[in-house]
Ligand binder design. Structure first.
Ligand code: AMP
Length: 216
């Protein structure tokens, strides 16, 4: 049996943190489209250079490029049992492509948790966010600080602030979410897959709520 979970929610709501927690607890692979793009930027690949021009402005990377990258990732062995998808799909065209790709694995999107929080909270969380260079672990200087400043609790690597976590870019990313990604909420609700979770609870409470909802 394969299980594919799509995590939906605006930038800064905690999708990355929760996707890692769900992946740890379920054993499913964690696929973050943003992490895959950042890895390509770090390695200066053609894909990375192309994606960077959109990412620094807070815009979405074009669908064809994004879909091809995810298709490649889904073919890796660790996805055999399924995956937690974090940041993909982000447009109706990507959602459609995902359905088609998952048929190849005899799979489908099983559940779509939507994590929600008010906009002012998102802006505050993103501006205080620190990300680990090695594997994208996420901290927040106010709500989830690392044990040692500037250093990842999990792998000891350096923490940095993402370029696109700057105030102006954050505003655009939230607008882009409203315009291009939020139509997916109605789509998955109509298919009976949407599970709404309050993102204003503590990290552990959100994880518990997600695990409880997924068991059903
Ligand atoms: P994230 O780490 O999910 O916040 O993504 C960072 C940036 O990567 C986004 O603002 C987009 O520019 C790009 N990106 C990530 N996922 C996608 C996607 N599914 N479609 C298009 N662009 C994406």
């Amino acid at each position: 049996m394969t299980t594919f979970i799509v995590l939906l929610g605006p930038p800064g709501v905690g999708k990355g943190t929760q996707a890692k927690a769900l992946s740890d607890r379920t054993g499913l692979a964690h696929i973050s489209s943003g992490d895959l793009f950042r890895e390509n930027i770090k390695n200066q690949t053609d894909l990375g250079k192309h994606a960077q021009t959109f990412m620094t402005k807070g815009e979405l990377v074009p669908d064809d490029v994004t879909i091809a990258m995810i298709r490649d990732r889904l073919h890796r062995a660790d996805c055999e049992a399924g995956a937690v998808l974090d940041g993909f799909p982000r447009t109706p065209a990507q959602a459609e492509a995902l359905e088609v790709m998952l048929r190849e694995f005899n799979g489908q999107v099983d559940a779509v948790p939507l994590i929600a929080a008010p906009q002012d909270v998102l802006v505050e969380r993103l501006s205080g966010r620190w990300t680990c260079r090695e594997s994208g672990h996420i901290f927040n200087e106010k709500t989830n600080p690392p044990k040692e400043q500037g250093k990842c609790d999990f792998d000891g690597s350096e923490l940095y602030q993402r370029d696109d976590d700057k105030a102006e870019t954050v505003k655009r990313r939230i607008e882009v979410y409203m315009e291009q990604t939020s139509p997916l909420i109605a789509h998955y609700r109509d298919h009976g897959k949407l599970i709404e979770v309050d993102g204003m609870q503590s990290i552990e409470q959100v994880t518990q709520a997600l695990m409880g909802a997924l068991k059903k």
